[in-house]
Design a protein around this ligand. Structure first.
Ligand code: PEP
Ligand code: MN
Length: 338
């Protein structure tokens, strides 16, 4: 961080500020120019608030040089993080395919979908047991019973299971029962939830908030990582814009931006981004082409009867067809990047 002082700032004022900063463990390197003095701060400046420092009558401008996130930052961790869940990997060249219904509705429903997506090449099973619904009158999920059904599907398919956690109090149970804890878009800045998820070893799929900036997104990951859990997979699921023809706007730039700033893997959720079944395949192709570390897709064998997000779910046949194209495209991308 750099502090630029106003021309003519008094020496004793500068001395006072230097002492304050040093008390916080920061080393101050002073440059005295012809008109202005500059402080270069060395050390951990994450707890400093530039806006607050600018309140001082002698300060002209404060600039951050380093990003406020550290554990998620590629600068401090140049190699890609590979999240390995029961041998299924995401990141560092490993492409993860997460598929399943929006919500778990019954054992028959989940097993039917789980079997079919596995056959088509999915390597993670998704499904909501505790659902974050916009309306309190919509189906809220099967809860614990839903997770029990997922465990049956894991047993049969051998695939890891991913489901959303909404309450900090659930963390121990989730750590025991599931293979990846999903934190949904609406909870991306539920800091108590993030901290609890950081206290267990279970990998976390963290979805970008509806109107979160990339920095806020990475700071949310930082909350989890700073508690000790560094197995975080980021998920771009579309952000809210003025557009109404799609449910959200897929911010495809998330992939190169996150890859540049962070070592964490980033997957794309074209289902929640687009919000309608026919847009899922084109957005998926874009995700593969841009180098995403994976995709998460909603699949339902009877979308017209689904209790949640039927309109954006692919039928198993469509998912299967799409997966063939995903494999072809992925091969081309790898070939191209050689
Ligand atoms: C989901 O994945 O089922 C979900 C609710 O997604 P989001 O949090 O991105 O809306
Ligand atoms: Mn959904």
């Amino acid at each position: 961080m750099v502090i630029v002082f106003k021309p003519g700032a008094e020496g004793n004022e500068l001395e006072k500020m230097k002492k304050n900063l040093e008390e916080k463990g920061i080393t101050v390197s002073i440059t005295i120019g012809q008109d202005q003095t500059i402080f270069g701060l060395i050390g951990d400046t994450r707890s400093l608030n530039p806006g607050q420092l600018e309140l001082s009558s002698v300060v002209e401008k404060v600039m951050r040089i380093q990003e406020p996130f550290k554990k998620a930052n590629r600068v401090f961790h140049p190699e890609d993080t590979i999240v390995d869940v029961m041998g299924q990997k995401i990141g560092g060249g490993h492409f993860g395919v997460i598929a399943g219904p929006c919500a778990i509705e019954s054992e028959e429903q989940f097993l039917t979908i789980a079997r079919s997506v596995k056959k088509s090449g999915a390597n993670f099973l998704r499904g909501g047991a505790f659902k974050p619904r916009t309306s309190p009158y919509s189906f809220q999920g099967m809860g614990k019973e839903g997770i029990e059904i997922m465990k049956i599907a894991r047993e049969e398919t051998g695939l890891p299971i991913i489901t959303e956690m909404m309450a900090p109090a659930h963390v121990q149970q989730f750590a025991e029962d599931v293979d990846v804890i999903q934190i949904g878009a609406r909870n991306m800045q539920n800091f108590d939830l993030l901290k609890e998820a950081g206290k267990v070893k279970t990998p976390v799929l963290l979805k970008r908030g509806l109107s979160a900036t990339f920095e806020e997104f990475l700071m949310a990951a930082e909350y989890i990582m700073s508690e000790g859990n560094e197995n975080v997979i980021l998920c771009e699921r579309g952000i809210r814009t003025f557009e109404t023809w799609t449910r959200n706007t897929l911010d495809i730039s998330a992939v190169p931006v996150i890859h540049r700033k962070s070592h964490l893997p980033i997957v794309i959720d074209p289902s929640h981004a687009g919000g309608i079944y026919w847009i899922v395949e084109p957005l998926t192709k874009a995700a593969v082409a841009i180098g995403a570390d994976g995709i998460t897709i909603e699949v339902h064998h009877k979308p017209e009867e689904a209790v949640s997000d039927g309109q954006q779910s692919l039928i198993p046949e469509a998912f299967d067809k799409m997966m063939k194209k995903v494999r072809l495209l992925r091969k081309a991308v790898l070939e191209m990047e050689k």
